[in-house]
Design a protein. Structure first.
Lengths: 117, 112
């Protein structure tokens, strides 16, 4: 597609339920990131996938959070037993990262607004 | 570890005022530095970047100079417009296969 696509755009769930968020990166982009943005807060890094390397999971806040990526395409972020503090906008971004250049820009999706009641 | 510190906000300015948003960083090696902007109702997008010391990134009238001696990458604009109202994030990337680390962001409001 033309840009990074995230679905759903909005998700309302009850406390204790599991949710799955989806990200379709730009075709050919090897790097994929998940960030969380709570209301009035900055961007909180969650997880980073780069090609076939082991993902950097250092930002996942608890073992209720997990993410997978199929090859260099779709990624899903799963939150189990959701809590009210999980309410936030979950942003996905991708970059080409060709040649290992660290100055390449990220392309962000519009995010998924998650509300846990 | 790597980190980015931005000045506390929000910032409110009148149109045509001079803008400075401070950003300092801590990183190993020689990171690339970025400013991202999030306009109301829109997704994050790259505003400008610099990849080595003394580089100046510029875009849409905004400028930022990579200062290694002060580990800073302050964002400046000589004359802000109402359309510049947005949230601004400073960020760094320390290595080719490392994550992009963001600051907390600062909200800029420009009044006519």
């Amino acid at each position: 597609g033309a840009g990074v696509s995230q679905s759903p755009s909005n998700k309302v769930t009850e406390k204790g339920k599991d949710v799955e968020l989806r990200c379709d990166p730009i075709s050919g982009h090897t790097a994929l990131y998940w960030y969380r943005q709570r209301l009035g807060q900055g961007l909180e890094f969650l997880i980073y996938f780069q090609g076939n390397s082991a993902p950097d999971k250092s930002g996942l806040p608890s073992d209720r959070f997990s993410a997978e990526r199929t090859g260099e395409s779709v990624s899903t972020l799963t939150i189990q037993r959701t809590q009210q503090e999980d309410s936030a906008v979950y942003l996905c971004a991708s970059s080409l990262n060709s040649g290992g250049q660290k100055n390449e820009k990220l392309f962000f999706g519009s995010g998924t607004q998650l509300s846990v009641l | 570890g790597n980190s980015v510190t931005q000045m506390e906000g929000p910032v409110t300015l009148s149109e045509e005022a001079f803008l400075t948003i401070n950003c300092t960083y801590t990183a190993t090696g020689y990171p690339s530095l970025f400013w991202y902007v999030q306009y109301p109702g829109e997704g994050l997008q790259l505003l400008l970047k610099a990849t080595k010391a003394d580089d100046k990134g510029s875009n849409k009238g905004f400028e930022a100079t990579y200062r290694k001696e002060t580990t800073s990458f302050h964002l400046e604009k000589g004359s802000v417009q109402v359309s510049d109202s947005a949230v601004y994030f400073c960020a760094l990337r320390a290595g080719a296969n490392s994550k992009l680390t963001f600051g907390k962001g600062i909200t800029l409001s420009v009044r006519p």
